[in-house]
Design a binder for this molecule. Structure first.
Ligand code: SAM
Length: 243
C-alpha cells in the first residue's frame, strides 16, 4: 500500500530548489539521455519507483516503457515539483503514474514493493546517501534492480579555460556541501553501495556533452537563469570561489 509520510523539517535543504528555471532544465531529461544503462532491464508490466522524480519527465518515460500493465510511482520529499509532474502526465495522456510525497531516507512503502527502484541525480543531495540506498534496497523485490546515477561536479570539464566557469563550479560545490550534499557524488556511488550492503554493483559511466553552439547556449543560459532567478542561495556569496 502506498501512503505519504510527514517529511523531516530538519532535513538538509535541497540546494537547487524548484524555481521555474530549475524545473525547466530538469524537464528536458529523458529516460534515454539520463538512465540509458537501466533501459535493458525494463520490461512491460514491471513496477517502478522513481525517487526524487522532480518534474517527472524521466518517470513518465519509464511509465511508457513498462506500459499500462506496469505500475509507476514518482516520489518527492516536497510537493513543490509535483504539480509540474502531474501536468506533464496529463499532457502525455498518462493517468496511471502516481506522484507522492515521501523521503528517500524513510520510504513510505513496505519491503519488496517494487521491481525497479531508481533515483537520478538525487543521492548527491541527500545527507545520508548510504541510508538512502539501504532504504531503496529494502523496498526492492528479490531479483529487482536498484539503479542510481549521479553527477560528479569536480569531474566536469571544458575548454578553453574560463575563470567564470571555475568560479561557478567552486561556488556551486561550496553551496551544495553547505546544504548537506556531496556534489562529487559520482565517484562515491560504489563505496556507498557497498556500505549499504549492495553486493557487486555494476558500475558504468556516461556523460552529457554540450559541444555545439545550440547546446552550449542552452546549458549556459539555463545555468544563468538558475543563478539569477532561482532558489539557489548564491546571493551574498557571489564570489566565494572568486579568484
Ligand atoms: C536534481 S533533482 C533530479 C530530478 C529528476 N530525478 C531529474 O533527474 O530530472 C533532485 C530531486 O531530488 C529531490 N530530493 C532531494 N532530497 C530528497 C529526499 N530526501 N527524498 C526524496 N526526494 C528528494 C529534490 O526535491 C529534487 O526534485
Amino acid at each position: 500500500m502506498i501512503s505519504s509520510v510527514p517529511v523531516d523539517s530538519n532535513a538538509p535543504k535541497y540546494v537547487h530548489g524548484h524555481d521555474p528555471a530549475t524545473l525547466a532544465s530538469h524537464a528536458v531529461r529523458t529516460a534515454a539521455n539520463s538512465c540509458g544503462y537501466l533501459l535493458p532491464h525494463l520490461k512491460p508490466g514491471m513496477s517502478v519507483l522513481d525517487i526524487g522524480c522532480g518534474p517527472g519527465s524521466i518517470t513518465l518515460d519509464l511509465a511508457e516503457i513498462v506500459g499500462s500493465e506496469g505500475r509507476v510511482t514518482g516520489l518527492e520529499n516536497t510537493a513543490e515539483p509535483l504539480g509540474a509532474a502531474r501536468q506533464m502526465a496529463e499532457g502525455r495522456g498518462d493517468s496511471g503514474t502516481r506522484f507522492v510525497v515521501g523521503d528517500v531516507l524513510q520510504l513510505p512503502f513496505s519491503d519488496e514493493s517494487f521491481e525497479v527502484v531508481h533515483a537520478h541525480q538525487v543521492l548527491q543531495h541527500v545527507g545520508d546517501p548510504v541510508r538512502a540506498l539501504t532504504e531503496m534496497h529494502r523496498v526492492c523485490a528479490p531479483g529487482g534492480v536498484v539503479a542510481v546515477r549521479d553527477a560528479d561536479c569536480a569531474a566536469l570539464s571544458w575548454y578553453p579555460h574560463y575563470p567564470g566557469m571555475e568560479r561557478w563550479r567552486n561556488t556551486y560545490r561550496k553551496l551544495a556541501k553547505r546544504s548537506g550534499g556531496e556534489p562529487d557524488a559520482g565517484r562515491r556511488l560504489r563505496t556507498w553501495a557497498h556500505a549499504a550492503g549492495l553486493a557487486d554493483p555494476v558500475i558504468t559511466t556516461s556523460t552529457w556533452t554540450y559541444a555545439d553552439t545550440a547546446s552550449c547556449r542552452w546549458w549556459g543560459n539555463s545555468q544563468a537563469d538558475r543563478i539569477s532567478g532561482g532558489d539557489l542561495p548564491w546571493s551574498g556569496d557571489r564570489h566565494p570561489g572568486g579568484h
